[in-house]
Ligand binder design. Sequence first.
Ligand code: ADP
Length: 266
Amino acid sequence: PSKPKVNQIKGNPIPGIQNIIAVASGKGGVGKSTVTANLAVTLAKMGFKVGLLDTDIYGPSMPIMFDVALEKPLSVNIDGKAKMKPVENYGVKLLSIGFFTQPNQAVIWRGPMASKALNQMIFDAHWGELDFLLLDLPPGTGDIHLSIMQSLPVTGAVVVSTPQEIALADARKGVAMFQQEAISVPVLGIVENMAYFTPEELPNNKYHIFGKDGAKNLAQDLDTPFLGEIPIVQSIREAGDIGRPAALQTATPTEAAFEELTRNVV
Ligand code: ADP
């Protein structure tokens, strides 16, 4: 694979991990986790070594999206220390708080506990050599974001939004969060998810259900790269539910859209 573009680690580098990319959204439900999962499998298909950390401690969805909800990370001994071994599927190494909680149990933690759990999944885990560690951040711009950004050498952030006004307003706050002095993480760009819908029987029609070009215009307005658009596709949703990210469907427009997006990120 070609060398990643974003490779200037700031802060304390984590040995073996070349790039840490945080994926954020302002609003929930815009497809942040779906985009992250598909970015991860696409990077793996491109030949990169990829890890994915689900930091959405209050609503972890990665174990289901990767069809590993019944698995548990094993403990391995590395230089006399017990380390967590990420679960692996589709060429992506995965850790999620979802592996350590009961399926129907709600996690009610205060910020410091949540940060501690996240720190363990980063520093007490055996990730090995990675070109990219993707972080699926919780929605919003809260405490957890701040502590993750301050404790990890994050190389860049991707912000996901739908073209809808209310999602864009929150995405704008998301971009501002990364640009704050205390955080100061370069924003790699904005992704427009659920950009439009094309019915099978009308293949030339595009219905802009959530509005047209909203995220594209926001990117321009904020002088941030526009990374690409992903339409609303039933199989993207179904793929998430059965635990096999849609970008794995070879020779489809969905695979092509995620490939283009991924190339724009790295
Ligand atoms: P978030 O992480 O922002 O909360 P999710 O990734 O969980 O959002 O997505 C919310 C819902 O929308 C899920 O049911 C997911 O399968 C669906 N979804 C996300 N992106 C798309 C898309 N491009 N086309 C169809 N369904 C999508």
